[in-house]
Ligand binder design. Sequence first.
Ligand code: PLP
Length: 397
Amino acid sequence: MKLSRRALTIKPSPIRKLIDTVESLENVLKLHVGEPDFDTPRSIKEAAKKAFDEGYTHYTFTAGIPKLREAIAEKLKQDNRIDADPENEITVTAGGYGALFSAIHAVIDEGDEVLIPEPAWPAYKGFVKLAGGNPIPLPLSPPEYRLNIKLVEERIGERTKMIIINTPNNPTGTVYGEEELRKLAYLALKKGIYILSDEVYEKIIFDDAKHFSIASIPEARNNTISVYSFSKTYAMTGWRIGYVVAPEEVTSAIRTIHSYMISCVSPAIQLAALKALTEPQDYVDYMVNEYRERRDIAFNLLNEIPDVECVKPKGTFYLFPDFSRIERNSLSLAEKLLNEVKVSTIPGAAFGEAGEGHLRISIAASRETIMEAINRIKKFISNSSSSKSPINKPGEL
Ligand code: PLP
């Protein structure tokens, strides 16, 4: 018996594989983690318990409970300046994953090309391939990996159907500015392609940075699909709830795909999400403040390591320092750090060729862990460079 061609075209995410290895090791300082280290706020957990006790334990609306969709529409209006109709344009999904899967399947046909500015979260490639499409990497330039509109325009071809944008960005922490996003929106309109805007880190934003949603541009509403999640904002990664906003026709296709995939998101989880959206957001401010403090600690320590260059990220809980002057092969460096000083990171190559030479450092860990782990990296590098055997083997550069 053979597996489907589709199943054979995709591989498990490289990040997943590394995480599985790390989980089986002991005493590792974990800087690879892609989820908040905070617990879900108690009031949200209480809302779920209450909903389960009250019998919200059955199937519910495919598109999501109307009260939740209305609250989402209100949040979109207030926070994102997006006018979305909860009846026809908002769908509650199984996290950002569910939103991305359904959205990509709703518009991508066999052979369609999807531009993915890289470094990028590796799952995008898998979603596109599963839908039969061709992921086309669009390398962005370090150090900030901002959008290069000219380059995007050059890469849009006959078969291009979509571009995937992720701001604030995993892994670079870059927050795209309003001006560059407006330029992209007008380019996509001119070329007649979709923009898939992944905004799951929208609330984890620092300093003077402002999150801008492309779908707030009225002309861009018809070709923009926006993805949001409760995972990162409310430390709810295990609850699996998010939502997708798209024009009516696309939403209708998204809902059909979503219904075949999971029918609906658990109603009790939806009511907990409703609680999260409609109560004071102090705990979000607390978590973001803590990430900011940790970012500063990590940024300062990383920049003390000779030959390492690190941009100060304006969002997310990741830093993406460049180690290429020390070792170009990021997988090899990440393995050495794991085996020799017991610090786990994600090799930049996991985010595409454009990420090579970098490591993704997560600050979803205590300040003590971050300090100890980066000090170990620093010591490892200084020992290796002072010893006779350089970290780079001949041919690796
Ligand atoms: N988008 C990005 C850029 C992510 O990093 C992740 C998770 O790590 C997701 C989407 C999906 O998250 P979730 O399904 O938990 O909402």
